[in-house]
Design a protein around this ligand. Structure first.
Ligand code: SAH
Length: 467
């Protein structure tokens, strides 16, 4: 961190602007908006600047005496030697100095600001690139409605009352988040502050109206953090505790709010670190403690994710929850491997099945799977690969049917191994793919040859292919 970001109270204080041009005028304007008294020193002064209320004009060359009684200085002349002199004299007197567009001479920098007073967001690159900072400000400008000013002012009015009533800081944070994310905020934003106030009072009067803990069952996608949804990200930033397993990639876990508690409940095939029932109970317990619990799952929670079981327990216990879909392995992995799951020439339907072995056998409807013009995607199928290939052939699929194993799809370690139903089991023995792997069977696999070359994302990530 090159600069300490702070917001300075300059109300009623004297600030000096050296320079009389357009830039000086803008800087004086910002200072005036912050309630400062402004002294402008320059031999020639822009008439607009001279007319501004609350500005003391000194039409002269800058001298050290102009620094007397000054809280901060901004030098905005076009003469670097003057700017340097201002900066040096100010800093010698411990007066913070800013020289416009000259970070070397600055003891403080002026950020780009997004003003929703009293809400204020400041952006700085520490002088490295003001243009970049302003572009970033521009982007965020569109996300933050103008009415946030109103909302912040509303919150300010009730801040003390809420503090008195809800003394526990963690509960108070939840209280305010409920205000900002619920009906109260909507009322304020649409200008109905009367109703908003009544609702807030109700929440204050009755503890029960301060929402209890809740659970977000969130799909984190197949691995690449870019595949998260906005909602997933928002809730990841909000959670008090995250419960995740080993399908959730490390870069994604790292994006969860930094001070959230992390609980790993790693689940590997046959080696369940924590049983499903225990996970269900854990979620209930944490929510009952009043926490916002993020249950982060690989892919989509409702596709081979046992999400249904987890929310069943929550529902039975009356705990509020929401489910956020994620990109399931099949679609994420297929895209990154250059294998469209359907294609007019190859497949009109697509089936997702799990190859999880039960008593050493795969209990699947083989006739249905072996149908022509269909793509079959097998989750958790690697251990049953031999059985899968053999059964499909036995039930009528040509043994020349293309099949792919995609290892750790969408991540930096993505690896794609292709073959046919006849050859892949042998190839896999040599290549030894690492979990998690997804198996894709069907004519669409051949399209990879063509498509992988044209998709820059795919050609970057795909590292290996066997004949
Ligand atoms: N709910 C998850 C699936 C959980 S089952 C989803 O919607 O994707 C776990 C299986 O998903 C793994 O055994 C593997 O078959 C598949 N899988 C998940 N992520 C994967 C990835 N990045 N690459 C390949 N397969 C993956």
């Amino acid at each position: 961190m090159d600069f300490l970001p702070i917001f300075l109270n300059v109300k009623g204080r004297l600030c000096l602007v050296v320079g009389g041009g357009e830039v000086a005028r803008r800087k004086a304007g910002v200072l005036l908006e912050a309630g400062a008294r402004v002294r402008v020193v320059a031999p020639e002064i822009n008439p607009d600047l001279a007319e501004q209320q609350g500005v003391e004009i000194i039409a002269a060359r800058f001298e050290a005496q102009h620094l007397e009684g000054v809280t901060l200085v901004i030098a905005a002349t076009s003469d670097r030697s003057v700017n340097r002199q201002v900066s040096e004299l100010a800093q010698a007197r411990n007066i913070p100095a800013n020289v416009v567009d000259d970070p070397e001479l600055c003891s403080f920098v002026m950020p780009a600001i997004l003003d929703r007073s009293p809400l204020m967001v400041a952006f700085s690159s520490g002088g490295a690139s003001p243009v970049l900072t302003r572009m970033l400000r521009g982007k965020l400008e569109t996300f933050i409605p103008q009415n946030y000013s109103r909302l912040a002012a509303f919150a300010e009015r009730f801040r003390e009352a809420v503090k008195q009533r809800v003394s526990n800081p963690a509960k108070r944070r939840i209280f305010w988040e409920n205000v900002f994310e619920g009906v109260v905020a909507e009322k304020v934003l649409t200008g109905d502050e009367g109703s908003a106030e009544a609702m807030l009072q109700q929440m204050l009067e009755n503890e029960d109206n301060i929402r209890r803990g809740e659970v977000y069952l969130v799909g984190a996608g197949p691995g690449d953090p870019d595949l998260l949804t906005f909602r997933a990200l928002r809730l990841m930033q909000k959670a008090d505790v995250v419960v995740y397993d080993n399908l959730v990639s490390k870069p994604i876990v790292e994006m969860v709010r930094r001070d959230a508690q992390r609980i790993f409940v790693g689940k590997k095939r046959a080696d369940h670190t924590m049983r499903q029932e225990e996970i269900n109970e854990l979620l209930v317990r944490l929510a009952k403690e009043g926490k916002r619990v993020l249950r982060l799952k690989g892919g989509d929670p409702f596709i081979f994710g046992r999400g249904g079981e987890e929310i069943e327990t929550l529902a039975a216990e009356g705990i509020p929850f929401q489910v956020v879909p994620g990109i399931t392995a099949a679609s994420g992995v297929a895209s990154y491997a250059g294998i469209p799951l359907t294609h007019r020439d190859h497949a009109q339907s697509c089936m997702f099945v799990t190859g999880h072995l039960k008593d050493g056998t795969m209990n699947l409807d083989w006739d249905a799977l072996a149908r022509p013009r269909q793509t079959v995607v097998v989750y958790m199928g690697l251990h049953g690969l031999d059985t899968l290939c053999a059964e499909l052939v036995k039930h009528g699929m040509p043994d020349t049917t293309p099949i792919a194993i995609v290892q750790q799809g969408t991540t930096q370690n993505q690896r794609v191994i292709t073959g046919t139903l006849a050859t892949l089991p042998g190839i896999a023995q040599i290549e030894k793919p690492q979990a998690p792997t997804l198996i894709i069977v069907g004519g669409v696999v051949t399209l990879r040859e063509k498509l992988a070359w044209f998709n820059p994302v795919i050609s970057e990530k795909s590292v290996r292919e066997s004949p």
